[in-house]
Write a new protein. Sequence first.
Length: 249
Amino acid sequence: MARRRARLTQRELAERVGCRQATVARWERGDRQPAFQDVQEVVGACGLQLDAHLLSEDRSWWPQIALQMERTPAQRVRALAPRGDLPDVMAVLDALAETGEWGIVIGEVAGALHGWPLVLSDRTVEVCAPERPSVPILGGGRATGAGKYELPSGGRLSIVEVPSGTSGYEDLARGAESVNVDGKKVRVAGLLDLLRIADASPEPGARRHALAYQAVLNVQRAQAEPKPVDDRSDGQKIEAWLSEQVPAA
């Protein structure tokens, strides 16, 4: 996140911190865990400052995220969109699917498509795109402000050319994912890029969005971890469970 916010290549960052490009690549892939001092040096080399806090562990979102992960991307949006806004949001996603490679969904709707737990605040779909949409993309929609459009369905499209913490469309395109929404492909920014945008954004609510993206990443990692094999018999499992229960007063 720090390197891409600073618009550096892995080789350029390696030169600044005095290590090999392969070392930076292994850090970013998670193949090698950097020391905390290394992290501080990397952040400083990117012209940023690391701000660390001790917080109480909060897994309150985890059950809802786990439930969202069991749903399809379209079902995730349907579960989080206010009832009256749902047709509008889905209509915008449908229109975007018709554009192919034109734009990349970011913001709240992207979070919902990935499985975050936050209810959408309105029917606006934020998109990072290199240029303004053409008339066919809008389907007869109209401009309502700088980079803002309303489709005939009532859905709203907000174009962000350079989201916070990024260098624009090409930057996000490298990590974008093709998501199946009701049988149509929509390009959506990757979770780490969404976290990068929220982390750099001065907008109200950005901190909460960053925590939600991080929670989704944490649930994904927890689900990917190998589960220990429990070879106890059913009777032994029941006895163990009973021994942990607190007798009623």
